[in-house]
Design a protein around this ligand. Structure first.
Ligand code: FE2
Length: 418
């Protein structure tokens, strides 16, 4: 029998001191993780990884940037292939990037000063509700003595952010305001990348609408950004549409990672980032903890590192799997067939480690990470009673209210507000 997870499952933080005001709702910390926004892999086999995720699973390149690889010494750069000299930002939806690919050698050079060289996860990135939540959250996290990497704003993507380390050295990011890509597929022009910032921003900042107005007035060609190259010829009739592959990925996560000290990691994600423990799992004596930030069954799974070898995975891998939700059950089956036809290996993961799904399977990517494919994950209703409804007479409402258990959960507005 495995030992239970030693962690609080109730919210912790500044509740006793009155809590934090997050949009007029009292919460234990000055931010609330709303959803997984994007994820990054440091890649040993970058060309093959791009083929697996772009050619195979249908991710779309939204931008490629050589800024970070250009920081390597010339002799190091000379060893890189053309793709390795770029960061590849990709998406399946309207968020500018949802999956990012970086060459491992490039990251090892950049990460040697912060101790993250060798990591296979580049970043685990969570959307919070506003720029104020990013900035106030960074200050609160720093005030607790946690390790922050940096705050500011990244380009491409335009999202405001703060980076921090978990107890295992995995880089997490909190962000607001991801650039949204519309029907024309265009990203913002390179000239607009000048908004990059590597320090805590003063608040308030101009809206994106104002930034675009300024760019237009300074003569920047707004339609000069990256345009995706055409996908394969569409030949598959898919639920009424002719598509390039017989399925569509429509959701990202959960993130499943290996940790050396499970109890300590659960405490971090619970107490610092506000995740709640949904359930514990165990297989062959190795424990796992599944956590959620809203009404999803889980968006984060932490597994004891001993599982890595039990599952036949390489010792360099920090990530067990990254979840991809297919549009429906037929798409899920079609995706598995399509990927296996391209040579992907299906890996058996014990069902007891991955509760919350009805049908789920895992494909090994070229670096050895698992792509977790599913179409359905259980949604969990709050366990507390319905909130007491106050209707009308809004002028008499309090400025700061107590939070219903599932506050700020569910569907989110993706991009910047204005
Ligand atoms: Fe990011």
């Amino acid at each position: 029998m495995s030992a239970p997870i030693q962690s609080a499952t109730e919210p912790v933080g500044d509740v006793d001191a009155g809590g934090c005001d997050v949009g007029g709702v009292r919460l234990p910390r000055p931010f609330k993780v709303r959803r997984l926004g994007h994820f990054g892999y440091n890649c040993e086999h970058l060309d093959a990884m791009l083929d697996f995720y772009i050619g195979g699973l249908g991710f779309i390149i939204s931008d490629q940037s050589g800024t970070m690889p250009a920081r390597l010494p010339a002799e190091e750069q000379a060893t890189l292939s053309p793709n390795e000299k770029l960061l590849h930002f990709t998406r399946f939806g309207s968020d500018h990037h949802q999956l990012v690919f970086i060459n491992q050698k490039v990251w090892d050079w950049v990460g040697k000063d912060n101790g993250s060289a060798g990591a296979s996860i580049n970043q685990i990135t969570w959307q919070v509700g506003s720029l104020a939540e990013v900035v106030n959250g960074a200050e609160w996290i720093w005030g607790r003595g946690e390790r922050l990497l940096r705050s500011g704003r990244d380009m491409p993507g335009s999202n405001w952010h703060t980076y921090l380390f978990d107890t295992e050295g995995h880089i997490n990011e909190l962000f607001y305001g991801m650039e949204q890509i519309g029907w024309d597929g265009l990203s913002k022009p390179r000239e607009m990348w000048s908004g990059v910032m590597s320090e805590r921003p003063e608040l308030p900042q101009p809206s994106e609408a104002r930034e675009i107005d300024t760019a237009r007035n300074t003569g920047i060609q707004l339609a000069s950004g990256h345009q995706p190259t055409p996908d394969a010829q569409p030949t598959y009739p898919v639920d009424g549409i002719v598509m390039a592959r017989p399925f569509k990925i429509v959701g990202l996560g959960p993130v499943s990672i290996f940790v050396e000290d499970l109890d300590r990691a659960v405490r971090f994600y619970n107490e610092v980032l506000g995740f709640n423990l949904r359930t514990e799992v165990s297989w062959r004596g190795h424990r796992g903890a599944l956590l959620s930030s809203g009404t999803e069954h889980h968006s984060l799974a932490l597994y004891e590192a001993g599982l890595r070898t039990e599952l036949g995975m390489s010792g360099r891998l920090d990530s067990m799997s990254l979840g991809f939700r297919l549009a429906n059950y037929r798409h899920l089956r079609a995706a598995v067939r399509f990927m296996k036809d391209r040579g992907a290996e299906e890996v058996s993961v014990p069902a007891s480690l991955v509760p919350g799904f009805d049908y789920v399977t895992h494909l090994r990517d070229p670096d050895g990470n698992l792509a977790q494919l599913y179409y359905y994950q259980r949604t969990c209703a709050p366990v507390d009673p319905d909130p007491h409804t106050v209707s009308g007479d809004a002028a008499q409402w309090p400025e700061l209210i107590d939070a219903p258990q599932d506050v700020y959960g569910g569907e989110q507005f993706l991009g910047p507000w204005e």
